[in-house]
Write a protein that binds this ligand. Structure first.
Ligand code: NDP
Length: 500
């Protein structure tokens, strides 16, 4: 629980969760966490140092080689289910922490975090299912495979959806029998640190999950990636960071999974239910203040309905209530931190410079309910061509780029003209077209007549610059397991090669 110092509204979370205990950081540092709705520090969070990373990795290794590593899968599942129940009971509180820390609108945070326990239950159901196979051979040997945990996992998460990103790593890692050292982003560490309370209350053996807030490059993140005691890095974030992680982590041949964002095409054909498509397209441009890798930030619209869709976006933008994250009335909160706000504002400038037509929005909001917070208006650009910077780069702000297209081939060509390949959506009334276009789009997940339907059971991850491997689904479980082949002689004899 946080400790509130006298005469201060700033909460203190002054301990790390290592080896099942709440410990002070060895170097004693604190991270200032800013409430992006106000621009002011709202929490001080324990900052791990190198010694703490060593302690956390050692605790994770000891748990792996001790109680957790020897625990039958059904017992691990029972602990995970207990954790899931505790998570459900505290979901409202966790949602408030995340809204405060990240600026995510509380109504979105409640809906999302209120469902995470289902994911943990689903992962628990897989904890005793990792089986191998028997390999047919002649009758001199019996050959079989078994699936064993990869080992100690460094889970490095981003600031946009810290609890969801943690769930997508903890769920499969624990189901596979791995142990975890979890490092949240420096901007939003609070909710993740509180997960330690739930693991403790659920009765997990010490060291199975360790939580070490700290900084990334040249600090806790990099030390974890370099650490010889870590076997795998599961990372969500930026492509440049992933390349740095590969460089450092490859020195010790770590396993990697990377979820690195996208620039998803959201295609609206003229035979679609346009009102439905507009609901989805506007929502998927502005949810999370545009800070989600799966958002349909490139809206591809057939020319015959282009003007109608542009007008629909403009009208909808006028209805979006931008305000403090913890206000239940708020549709869209602020950007999660100042650097992200500055990035978004810079890209709005690039959109204008590159010749796109600003239909609505484009300004930072301040004063009144927006105070010094990191708010920006929902923004719509029309007349966008796919080579513009606002169509090629992941902005991570509430900026919709509306790109016209002529026909099916044109739509597919534009959709695939990107270095990313995470998700895509298409709206059509023609089932044949739905299949044709979905098959041609290079993306890890394609939605037809819906958008951003993502569950723990549906594999999620990208082609190209969007990353390596998959989170969610049984595919994610695979990435936390090694295959081990055992061959046993059935006759017990090995010929002497040097007998004659
Ligand atoms: P980063 O990739 O820098 O941060 C993600 C996580 O990696 C954080 O926990 C960070 O720690 C950590 N980290 C940073 N450097 C290293 C390193 N060298 N070794 C190990 N860990 C490291 O993302 P940013 O916060 O800089 O966001 C920049 C852009 O990335 C966004 O604008 C967006 O476009 C994209 N992004 C994509 C996300 C997605 O969901 N795919 C999520 C977040 C960002 P610390 O916080 O201390 O830096």
């Amino acid at each position: 629980m946080p400790v509130t110092p006298a005469n201060s509204d700033i909460l203190r979370f002054d301990r790390l969760y290592i080896g099942g205990e709440w410990v002070l950081p060895e170097e004693g540092g604190m991270i200032e966490s800013i409430d992006p709705s106000t621009g002011a520090v709202w929490a001080l969070v324990a900052r791990a140092g190198r010694g703490d990373v060593d302690r956390a990795v050692a605790a994770a290794r000891a748990a792996l080689e001790g109680p957790w590593g020897t625990m039958p899968g059904h017992e691990r599942a029972a602990l995970m289910r207990r954790f899931a129940d505790l998570y459900q009971a505290r979901a409202g509180e966790l949602a408030e922490l995340e809204a405060r820390d990240s600026g995510r609108a509380i109504r979105e945070a409640r809906a999302d975090i209120g469902s995470h326990h289902n994911g943990y239950h689903w992962w628990a159901s897989l904890a005793d299912k990792a089986s191998g196979r028997t390999i047919p051979f002649d009758n001199t040997v019996h050959a079989f495979t078994s699936r064993v945990p990869v080992g100690v996992v460094a889970a490095i998460t981003p600031w946009n959806v810290p609890l969801m990103a943690a769930a997508w790593k903890l769920g499969p890692a624990l189901a596979a029998g791995c142990t975890v050292v979890l490092k949240p982003a420096e901007q939003t560490p609070v909710g993740t640190l509180e997960l330690g309370r739930l693991f403790e209350a659920a009765g997990f053996p010490p060291g199975v999950v360790n939580i070490v807030p700290g900084y990334g490059g040249g600090d806790v993140g990099e030390w974890l990636v370099a650490h010889p005691g870590v076997d795998k890095v599961a990372f969500t974030g930026e492509g440049g960071t992933a390349r740095a992680i590969v460089n450092v982590g490859s020195q010790t041949m770590k396993r990697f999974t990377f979820e690195l964002g996208g620039k998803s095409p959201h295609i609206i054909f003229d035979d679609a239910d346009i009102d439905q498509a507009l609901n989805a397209a506007t929502n998927s441009a502005w949810t999370l203040c545009g800070q989600s890798c799966a958002l349909g930030s490139r809206v591809l619209v057939q020319r015959s309905v282009y003007d109608r869709v542009v007008a629909g976006f403009r009208d909808c933008a006028a209805r979006v209530r931008v305000g403090p994250a913890c206000d239940a009335n708020t549709h869209m909160g602020p950007q999660a931190h100042l650097a992200q706000l500055e990035k978004t504002v810079a890209y709005i400038g690039y959109g204008k410079e590159d010749g796109a037509e600003l239909i609505t929005g484009g300004e930072r909001l301040s004063g009144g309910i927006h105070g010094n917070g990191y708010f920006v208006q929902p923004t719509v650009f029309a007349g966008v061509s796919n080579d513009m910077r606002i169509a090629q780069d992941e902005i991570f702000g509430p900026v919709a780029a509306l790109i016209p297209f002529d026909d099916e081939d044109d739509a597919v060509r534009i959709a695939n003209d990107t270095r990313y390949g995470l998700t895509a959506g298409l709206w059509t009334g023609d089932t044949g077209r739905a299949h044709r276009v979905a098959a041609k789009i290079r993306a890890g997940m394609v939605w037809v007549n819906t958008y951003r339907f993502i569950r723990w059971s549906t594999p999620y991850g990208g082609f190209g610059a969007s990353g390596w491997g998959r989170e969610n689904g049984v595919e994610a479980l695979d990435s936390y397991l090694e295959t081990k082949t055992t061959i046993i002689s059935t006759h017990g004899r090995f010929p002497d090669a040097y007998a004659d």
